[in-house]
Design a protein around this ligand. Structure first.
Ligand SMILES: NC(=O)CCC(=O)C(=O)O
Length: 408
């Protein structure tokens, strides 16, 4: 194996102590980011729930909206003033009266470039050891999330997410070079599993892995294991903290990963003819439809349950369309983006025949029969949330452009 010659990034893993006061925690994080900058780092990673003691009773109280809350403002400013990428551990996020365990990522201009809501909540019941039910206080996220640092692609997970190998495998399939897990394992599950799981995820996906824990506080209700660490794709620990309040500064050389990928090319050796790991796009009809066309209002009945959602493989789906005939409603995935079905079919045929033809679908029977008008005739708003697509009816909306539909 070639020995690594140049460092691609210098990362700081900030294993800070979490105090009872949120503003104090934020101020400490900002200071540690500044110190990481002075150490030459371009990336700083904070721990899970670094603003909040890890306690179901406190999550809602400490929660804030993203990106307008106190923590986000401070992290954005810290990223910008230090010209660094900041992976903001996690904070309790308040959204639509729900609380999520959410990681924000900030680029060197202070822009929010990714958000990951913990997908697998920490619900365990080990008599005599650990009992925790995070789902009593938090809602789960539904998507996998990556961000780009120059040429490097980074996949995000939060703590318990690291137990799920499919999730990491999907990041590997998406080409991630580095996986980052802010995490707070406890002193019961930390010793047997923390380091092993990080090592598995690194080795099986041939990626670097950074796991950032808070420092241990033996007086808190939930005692964190600490031991933040950085693992290389060979399964070797590059740096590991002990349980104390401390930071790691680590050089990551991605030529190591490139070499391992060439030498042991497991990424190309998967037998997808006999097994596969897929990332699903879920299409959901959220509300019953009520739309207006040609002056006549149509009240559409509630869909049968089985027609209300469909799942597709995100990675392989190029063109897929579903009609919900009772509502005349359609939804499609076109080049991995959600579009309304009639637009999808138009695109599809236009691509196929390299022409600008009009396609008359059932929607268009109720709208105007030309292509531009059919785009304008929008019976629903399509928003690409998390893993899925939520279709929310909108009445008589004739002003949206195709970009609005795809990007909304
Ligand atoms: N905060 C967490 O998700 C803890 C996960 C954990 O300890 C585990 O064993 O899993």
């Amino acid at each position: 194996m070639n020995s690594p010659s140049s460092s691609d990034i210098r990362a700081a893993v900030l294993q800070l102590s979490v105090a009872a006061d949120k503003s104090t925690n934020i101020a400490i994080a900002v200071k540690r980011i500044q110190q990481a900058k002075l150490k030459g780092c371009t990336l700083a990673v904070l721990p899970e729930c670094f603003t909040t003691p890890y306690d179901n009773a406190l999550f809602r109280k400490y929660a804030e909206v993203i990106p307008d809350g106190e923590t986000c403002k401070a992290l954005s400013q810290a990223a910008k003033s230090n010209k660094m990428y900041v992976v903001g551990g996690s904070i309790p996020e308040l959204c639509d009266d729900k609380v999520y365990n959410a990681c924000t990522v900030w680029d060197p201009n202070g822009n929010l470039i990714a958000k990951h809501r913990k997908v697998h909540l920490f619900d365990v019941n080990i008599p005599g050891s650990t009992c925790f039910k995070e789902s009593n206080a938090m809602s789960p996220g539904n998507t996998l999330n990556t961000f780009q640092m120059g040429k490097l692609k980074v996949g995000l997970g939060i703590c318990h997410d690291m137990r799920f190998s499919e999730m990491a495998a999907l990041y590997q399939k998406q080409g991630c070079d580095l996986l980052i897990y802010p995490g707070t394992f406890c002193t019961e599950l930390g010793p047997p599993h923390w380091s092993l799981l990080i090592r598995f995820r690194a080795l099986e996906n041939q990626t670097f892995v950074i796991a950032a824990s808070p420092a241990r506080d033996t007086k808190s209700n939930y005692v964190a294991w600490g031991h933040s660490m950085v693992m290389d794709p060979w399964g070797k620990i590059i740096e590991e903290a002990d349980e104390k309040d401390m930071d790691l500064y680590v050089d990551l050389d991605f030529t190591l990963r490139e070499n391992i990928k060439q030498q042991i090319p497991t990424g190309n050796q998967r037998r997808t003819d006999i097994y596969d790991t897929i990332y699903k796009v879920t299409v959901l009809i959220k509300k019953k439809l009520n739309f207006e066309s040609h002056g006549s209002r149509q009240n559409v009945k509630r869909l049968p349950e089985d027609l209300q959602s469909k799942s597709y493989d995100y990675n392989t789906t190029e063109y897929i369309g579903s009609f919900f005939p009772k509502t005349l409603y359609g939804i499609s995935i076109y080049k991995k983006k959600p579009v309304l079905t009639h637009i999808f079919f138009s695109f599809f045929l236009n691509d196929l025949f390299n022409t600008s033809m009009n396609v008359c679908t059932r929607h268009q029977l109720y709208s105007e029969p030309t292509f531009p008008n059919s785009i304008k005739f929008q019976i629903g708003r399509v928003s690409s949330l998390i893993t899925g697509v939520v279709v929310t009816p909108r009445t008589n909306d004739c002003n949206s452009s195709i970009n609005d539909i795809i990007n909304s």
